[in-house]
Design a protein around this ligand. Sequence first.
Ligand code: ZN
Length: 278
Amino acid sequence: MKIENHWLSDDGNVNFEFETPNTGGEFPAGRPDTLVIHFTGGSSAESSARHLCKPSSRASAHAVIGRDGLIYQLAPFNTITWHAGRSTWKDRSGLNHYAIGIELDNAGQLEPNGNGQYSAWFGRKFTQEDVFFGVHRNQSAPTAWHAYSETQIQRVLDLCALLIEYYGIRDILGHEEIAPLRKVDPGPAFPLDRLRARFFGETRDLDGEAEWGSPRDRAIVDTERLNIRSGPGVSYPTVSEPILRGATVRTLENRNGWAEVECVTRGWVSSQYLKYPD
Ligand SMILES: [Zn+2]
């Protein structure tokens, strides 16, 4: 993949079917210098791309990345699009005038509805394997989020690398950081701090965030009902209802056959009932 004249080259992984009219002219000299990451909160990359091209939606972005890695480029990267809305970061406001907007097809925050199922706001049901449990940087308790696909995250990484080089991008921000009272995207399922650490060597707080690649610390509950306790041993009280078979948990620490894990809640479980992929 390459950028030529502010468009991605067509290497079979880019779709140019949709071009948005919702633009604000060319960026001034020296910009864009920032990338802003979003989730669509929609049902498919294509439907989101269509939506962002409707004049009536009064919203747009430069690219939408599907769960299969397909990138829909909706506008040339040197053109202002309308993805950030009212937003501020450090001494800047109105980040649309500084930033390329990248939307990821993702259903967003999910509601548990019992039976191990989770619903998106538009009604689609997800099972636990599609769910990432984590604490949002602007919230205090862990909740359920639609997990991004590995292919999708890899494409984001490739696209960011390309844009950083082509435009001299200096920062990558989440919509949730520049509009914290209005927005929760891309949410804790997206490894935003890791992305920044990788490109800019920053080490902001990496706690509670999704991992790159196939993480060693993600485990599957391998027993019918797994007690979760406030400490590493059976003498500690349980902190919530048991976790059910098949649930994905994130391991934070291992101690004497116990693992501190994070799922909907956080606490200690007996390590023998965790199964680590590969
Ligand atoms: Zn957004």
